[in-house]
Ligand binder design. Structure first.
Ligand code: URA
Length: 233
């Protein structure tokens, strides 16, 4: 246990600054369900105009772990649920291998509407810009205020920016647990869609293993927290 605590301290840093989801003003509501109802009529940026529907966060309202992605993809936009497409499948498998139960986590995105470019019949993912991320932090910040989790996982660059600001980054902070003034740390890792884009088989396998190793920190953190709580009782 001592060794584990030491490892955690070594992994841990404190955020120099936080991003818009952890600072500034957020939506106000008495529950996640009420927030979602408010967000359904969101016109804070233009993304609602072309998206099929809002894709809000989902999961138990007493979840201790929150996973934050970038924005819904094509499948999520059509289904209205986060992480149900190819990236979600990779995430599910890697969480399982890391010993994290997806059904006990709350999954959400930095941006709640799908941004895309229409190319013929195909809708190609397009990255949300700084203004869209800032506007949508209104919802993510409120979700986090409601949930008050023990740990938040930032999946990829957009999630890192909205949670930790521009001074943090995936390459710089990969695998770090960053303490925040919100009272819970943010674990920085890649977005699972990155694994789908790697062409070389060996590289894909080693990057996937690294992602599972990052996610295993979630399981270790939770085990530590449960151990600490039990010792206090
Ligand atoms: N990518 C994301 O970041 N979020 C989703 O919900 C799906 C794909």
């Amino acid at each position: 246990m001592e060794a584990r605590n030491k490892a955690r301290q070594q992994m841990s840093r404190t955020a120099a600054k936080t991003g818009p989801a952890l600072s500034g003003e957020h939506a106000n509501a008495h529950s996640i369900a009420a927030l979602r109802r408010q967000a359904e009529s969101c016109e804070r940026c233009d993304l609602y105009k072309n998206a099929t529907q809002l894709v809000f966060g989902e999961g138990p309202v007493d979840a201790r772990i929150v996973l934050v992605g970038e924005q819904p993809g094509d499948r999520e936009d059509l289904a209205g649920h986060p992480f149900v497409g190819p990236a979600g499948r990779v995430l599910d498998e890697c969480l399982h291998e890391a010993g994290v139960d997806r059904s006990s986590c709350y999954l959400t995105n930095a941006v709640k509407h799908f941004k895309f470019e229409q190319r013929g019949k195909r809708r190609l993912h397009s990255r949300p810009n700084a203004g869209e991320i800032q506007r949508c932090a209104w919802w993510l910040g409120a979700e986090l205020e409601q949930l008050r989790p023990d740990l938040v996982v930032a999946l990829g660059a957009t999630a890192v920016v909205t949670l930790l600001g521009r001074s943090a980054g995936v390459t710089k902070n990969r695998g770090d647990l960053i303490d925040t003034p919100a009272g819970y740390p943010v674990l920085v890792t890649i977005h699972p869609s990155y694994l789908l884009r790697i062409q070389d088989g060996d590289d894909a396998a080693s990057e996937r293993a690294r992602f599972v190793k990052d996610l295993a920190k979630v399981a270790a953190y939770e085990a530590d927290r449960v151990g600490r709580t039990q010792r206090r009782l």
